[in-house]
Write a protein that binds this ligand. Structure first.
Ligand SMILES: Nc1ncnc2c1ncn2[C@@H]1O[C@H](COP(=O)(O)OP(=O)(O)OP(=O)(O)O)[C@@H](O)[C@H]1O
Length: 634
């Protein structure tokens, strides 16, 4: 019961001490002590990272903490073997012992903890071999064993079925990487003598030696290429050459087609705001024979060379202008825009977005709106107020164009694309991992942008907050886009895709309150923390009902289960991650009154960003940044 949990914690304190005297024990309930979380009146989580615990953990402590689900003792100076009575903690899911001075074999009792999901023994002095006992841990997703003194080879039958994260770098391991581990990248095996899989092939295997790698290979005949290999290389070279030629031809074609486009002579156009008949132009762009992508605007310009050009000069009856917001921004005109080379960025609820590179090098994003049902006057009034919005966390709307058949919006181009693409797009190698610093800064930027929108009036909301509308600059600054558009389009453009973000009380997608924006922002935060995309319920697509999923896990005290694996590497900020998770859950509350305002949400994110900054300066940094010497000098 709780009393025996309490005495176990006191026994722990007297056995391994602590830099600060752990806990204010005048509080009788251990559930109120720092680092302790209870569940159903038992200790379920014990987190004591970096508090200078030292010496050996005796048996007789953890045997009592039988309800423990998470134990974190990382970044201390604990020695000896982890106590075997930890085996009594059969509910243990997360065990973080990295960054200590533990030694001896990897304890066998670990293999009986069948609920283990995350196990981190990195940066200790564990020795001996890696056993296939890990195969028993069918739920294990994370196994970190790097920077120990492990020897021998990994058993060929090593097969932990749920494993998603694995690292054995910096150990004296040799032999070949077992087949089930070959899906992990090189990074998982650096600083070892392992071979095969993602690493250099093992000596004795009949493969082509890599350049310079022959030296250690020994006998001469190994360096000789087999007939098959020679044939392979020959065929490969020919194919490569053909591909190169094909690319060159394509490039030349593209050049000449954009030349065609530039026959629209800018010198004949005197006005800074070019007038053209609205009916021509970008329509041909999309349907034109130039394919989906390159030089779409060039196609439009080409289409204009005949009648349109004449009309452009004369200014036809239906003449329309590109209207700019602000003064300084008028650096290009519609002609430039149509002549720009463009590519499709994606289709959204309100139309298609293009990236357009103007001749003078300016890059803009152009959105072609569809289904605009309001009158021209209404449109101009509404878009003027959108263009007047000015905040560093909003994507600036630079200009617009309105004619009967075309409605274009011109925005600054955001080089890093959308948060959605960043989170769910290419997860392959070479991608910058989204660490806590970037994610929390994105959360803050997005919050500030939305807060600004809300500050413009009690009934002004964004109406379509989601990760594809959070765009990122080169330096990963977050900018909110697509604001104010929900009011421009007709009901036919009901955004299905928004379903996972939509607050339960919203029935009309054009009537989204500020509190409903807060809900969507909450879902966005959950997405940022979990790396999971919310469901597109109406489309019956894959995904999860993020708020419900997270709530069920948080209720079960599985908190660290929810975080994106990429984030779990930054455990020194777990506290802040949990705070942001709490905010996300608060924002996604079912009842609007229970949700915080956007400015309160912003304040809370500012506060937790400040405290993770403070932790950065803490003399106990994250274990991955700690040199082994640092740890052992304590
Ligand atoms: N200013 C911009 N800079 C860079 N990329 C952009 C810009 N605006 C939009 N995009 C990209 O174009 C794609 C399509 O955008 P668009 O806003 O039309 O649709 P969406 O955001 O997917 O959906 P919705 O229209 O419902 O907001 C987005 O995924 C986004 O990455």
């Amino acid at each position: 019961d709780l009393a025996s949990d309490r005495s176990a914690l006191l026994a722990l304190r007297s056995a391994v001490g602590g830099r600060t005297l752990l806990w204010n024990i005048t509080e009788t309930s251990p559930c109120l002590w720092a680092g302790v979380i209870c569940e159903q009146n038992r200790v379920a989580v014990l987190r004591l990272p970096g508090v200078a615990l030292s010496g050996q953990l005796p048996n007789g402590i953890f045997g009592n903490l039988t309800r423990l689900r998470t134990l974190s003792l990382r970044l201390n100076a604990l020695t000896g073997s982890p106590p075997s009575d930890l085996a009594a903690c059969v509910n243990l899911r997360n065990l973080y012992l990295q960054g200590n001075l533990f030694s001896g074999d990897i304890p066998e009792f670990l293999f009986t903890l069948h609920d283990l999901v995350r196990l981190n023994l990195a940066s200790n002095n564990f020795s001996g071999e890696i056993s296939s006992g890990f195969n028993n841990l069918t739920r294990l997703k994370t196994l970190f064993l790097e920077s120990n003194s492990l020897t021998g080879s990994i058993p060929p039958g090593f097969d932990v079925p749920s494993l998603q994260q694995f690292n054995v770098s910096n150990n004296q391991l040799n032999g070949s990487v077992p087949s089930k581990l070959q899906t992990f990248s090189k990074d998982s095996f650096l600083g070892t003598s392992l071979c095969g899989g993602p690493l250099d092939s093992c000596p004795g295997n009949a493969t082509i030696p890599s350049a310079g790698g022959g030296a250690g290979g020994g006998s001469n005949n190994k360096k000789k290429l087999s007939g098959g290999a020679i044939a392979g290389i020959a065929i490969g070279s020919v194919l490569g050459f053909l591909l190169l030629v094909a690319i060159l031809i394509l490039l030349c074609r593209k050049k000449s087609s954009s030349k065609k486009g530039s026959t629209v002579d800018i010198a004949t156009v005197k006005h800074p705001e070019v007038e053209i008949p609205g009916e021509k132009s970008v329509r041909e762009v999309e349907n034109g024979g130039y394919g989906n992508g390159y030089s779409v605007a060039a196609a439009a310009a080409a289409a204009m060379t005949g009648t349109a050009k004449a009309e452009a000069n004369g200014g036809g009856a239906g003449a329309k202008k590109l209207v700019f917001f602000g003064n300084a921004a008028r650096v290009f005109d519609l002609e430039d825009l149509l002549r720009a080379s463009a590519e499709v960025l994606g289709k959204g609820t309100f139309g298609t977005a293009y990236k357009a590179v103007l001749e003078m090098g300016t890059v803009v994003a152009v959105k072609r709106l569809k289904d605009v049902t309001i009158t021209e006057k209404e449109f101009r009034d509404k878009i003027e107020s959108v263009g007047a919005m000015d905040h560093q966390n909003l994507v600036p709307l630079r200009a617009y164009y309105f004619s009967r058949d075309e409605k274009l919006l011109v925005y600054d181009y955001m080089a890093m694309g959308s948060l959605s693409a960043l989170l769910h797009g290419n997860k392959g190698a070479g991608r910058t991992p989204l660490n806590w610093e970037i994610r929390s800064a994105i959360a803050l930027g997005a919050a500030r942008g939305i807060e600004y929108l809300h500050s413009q009036g009690a009934n002004i909301s964004h109406g379509n907050i989601k990760s594809s509308n959070i765009l990122l600059t080169k330096s990963y600054d977050a900018r909110v886009s697509d604001f104010g558009l929900a009011h421009l389009v007709g009901p036919s453009a009901t955004p299905n895709r928004v379903a996972g973000y939509r607050a339960p009380e919203v029935t009309d997608p054009r009537k989204v309150s500020q509190k409903a924006d807060v809900y969507s922002f909450g879902v966005l935060l959950l997405e940022l923390l979990t790396g999971k995309a919310p469901t597109h319920a109406l489309l019956n697509e894959e995904g999860v009902d993020l708020p419900r999923w997270v709530q069920s896990i948080v209720r079960e005290e599985w908190t660290s289960e929810v975080f994106d694996l990429e984030l779990l590497r930054y455990q020194s900020v777990e506290e802040e991650m949990v705070q942001l998770l709490q905010l996300a859950v608060d924002c996604a509350a079912q009842y609007p009154d229970k949700r915080p305002s956007m400015s309160e949400a912003t304040r809370r994110i500012e506060e937790l960003c400040r405290s993770s900054l403070r932790e950065d300066q803490d003399p106990q940094p994250d274990y991955i940044n700690v040199a082994a010497d640092d740890v052992s000098s304590r």
